[in-house]
Design a protein around this ligand. Structure first.
Ligand SMILES: C[S@@+](CC[C@H](N)C(=O)[O-])C[C@H]1O[C@@H](n2cnc3c(N)ncnc32)[C@H](O)[C@@H]1O
Length: 341
C-alpha cells in the first residue's frame, strides 16, 4: 500500500527524518514513493498494527493515511482524480482539506471539501460532518494529496509531558516532542538498552522509556538524578537505571553495552560544565559514547551550532548521518547530530 504521512511543520527537516528512523526502528521495510513539503508517501506491505505502532512512536507528524492519489494542485485535476477512486470504506465520512503554508492559494479548501464530498456521496456513502467514521483528508502542498486517515498521532500527550508539568522541573530542558524525535533518530527498539550520559531531570529518558527501551541515565548531580527518578516513575517508566557518573568516563563501566545513546549536554548561558571548556567536554564525551555503543548502532548528540561536533565525532570513528539545525533564541542555534558507529 501507499501510506501518506502528514508531517508537522514545526521544523523543516526533523519530522521527515524522525518518521523514517521510527519506521526503521519498528523493522518496517518501505521505499519512499513521493515527498513534498510536510508530506511523505511510503510504499510497503505494512503488517496489521504497524501503522498504529508508528503513530504511537512518532511525535512530529499529524496523521497516517491510505493514499488515494496525488496530482497537480489544480481543481480540475483533483476532481477528475477523485472521480476515478474506488472508495471502499465502510460507514460515514467527512472530507477535510488542509493547506500547507501558502501553497496553491487559488484553491479554496472549503470548495474542495464540498466538491470531493459530493463525488464520494454520489457513491452511496453517507456524509457526517460532526462524527464521521472516516476522515478523507486532502492536503494542498507542492501537489495535492487525497488519503483516508488511518491513525492519528496523539500530539496532546506530548503537551501533557511539557517540562513544567513534571513533578521535578528545571528550566532549559528539551520539549518532549523534540526529545521523542531524538530518541527515534537513534532507532532504538523495544527492549533494547538506551543511555543518556547527561540525563539531567530525565526528559530524553522519559521518551525512550515510553517507546519501550530499558533506560540508563547518568549525571554529575545527584539532585537531578533524584528528580529524574521521580519524573520517570510519574510517567510509568519502570525499566530504568540511574547512577552518578561523568559522561567522559562511562565507557570504562559500559564498553559496547548500549544499543542507542542520546544526550543534550550543557551549552547554554547557564551551562554547567564544571569548569571544563565545551570543546573538551564534547570531545571526551564523544569518545566515551563511541566506546559505549554497540557497533553499527546510532547516537544522537545535541549542541551549539558553532561547536565542531561533527569533527570531534568523526575523529573518534563515528560516521555523520545527519545534522539538523534549530534556532533556540536570538543568540543560540543548536544542532542535532545523528551519528553511526
Ligand atoms: C542540558 S542538561 C540535560 C537536560 C536533560 N536532557 C533533561 O531533560 O533534564 C545537562 C546536564 O549535564 C550534566 N553534566 C554536566 N557535565 C557532565 C558530565 N561531565 N557528565 C555527566 N553529566 C554532566 C549537568 O549536571 C546537567 O544536568
Amino acid at each position: 500500500m501507499k501510506l501518506l504521512v502528514f508531517l508537522s511543520g514545526e521544523h523543516p527537516t526533523l519530522p521527515r527524518s524522525e518518521v523514517l528512523a521510527a519506521f526503521e526502528a519498528l523493522g518496517l521495510s518501505f521505499k519512499i514513493a513521493e515527498q513534498s513539503e510536510q508530506v511523505l508517501v511510503l510504499e510497503g506491505d505494512f503488517p496489521a498494527g504497524a501503522i498504529a505502532q508508528a503513530a504511537k512512536r512518532v511525535a512530529m507528524a499529524h496523521f497516517f493515511g491510505e493514499l488515494y492519489f496525488s496530482c497537480k494542485a489544480d481543481a480540475g485535476e483533483v476532481l477528475s482524480n477523485a472521480r476515478s477512486v474506488d472508495y471502499a470504506f465502510e460507514g460515514s465520512f467527512a472530507v477535510r482539506v488542509h493547506r500547507v503554508r501558502h501553497h496553491a492559494e487559488h484553491l479554496s479548501t472549503e470548495q474542495l471539501e464540498r466538491e470531493i464530498g459530493a463525488v464520494i456521496a454520489s457513491r452511496g456513502k453517507k456524509v457526517n460532518l460532526s462524527a464521521p467514521a472516516n476522515v478523507i483528508a486532502g492536503i494542498i502542498t507542492d501537489r495535492f494529496y487525497l488519503a483516508r486517515v488511518l491513525e492519528r498521532v496523539d500530539r496532546g500527550a506530548y503537551e501533557e509531558r511539557r517540562p513544567h508539568m513534571r513533578p521535578y522541573f528545571r528550566p532549559g530542558v528539551l520539549l518532549p516532542r523534540l526529545a521523542r524525535a531524538v530518541v527515534n533518530l537513534t532507532r532504538v527498539r523495544e527492549g533494547e538498552r538506551f543511555a543518556d550520559p547527561f540525563c539531567g531531570t530525565g526528559g530524553i529518558l522519559i521518551e525512550a522509556g515510553l517507546v519501550g527501551a530499558e533506560v540508563y541515565g547518568f549525571d554529575l548531580e545527584e539532585e537531578f538524578l533524584r528528580g529524574a527518578e521521580v519524573n520517570l516513575r510519574h510517567y510509568g517508566v519502570e525499566l530504568y537505571h540511574l547512577a552518578k557518573g561523568d559522561a567522559r568516563a562511562l565507557w570504562e563501566r559500559y564498553p559496547e553495552h548500549f544499543h542507542a545513546i542520546a544526550c543534550d549536554p550543557p551549552y547554554g548561558i547557564s551551562a554547567s560544565t564544571k569548569g571544563l571548556s565545551l570543546e573538551r567536554l564534547y570531545q571526551e564525551s564523544l569518545s566515551s559514547i563511541y566506546r559505549m555503543l554497540i557497533p553499527r548502532r546510532y547516537a544522537c548528540v545535541i549542541g551549539p551550532s558553532n561547536l565542531d561536533i561533527e569533527g570531534y565525532a568523526s575523529s573518534v570513528g563515528f560516521s555523520i548521518e545527519e545534522v539538523h539545525f534549530e534556532r533556540v533564541h536570538r543568540s543560540l542555534v543548536r544542532k542535532i547530530v545523528v551519528l553511526r558507529k
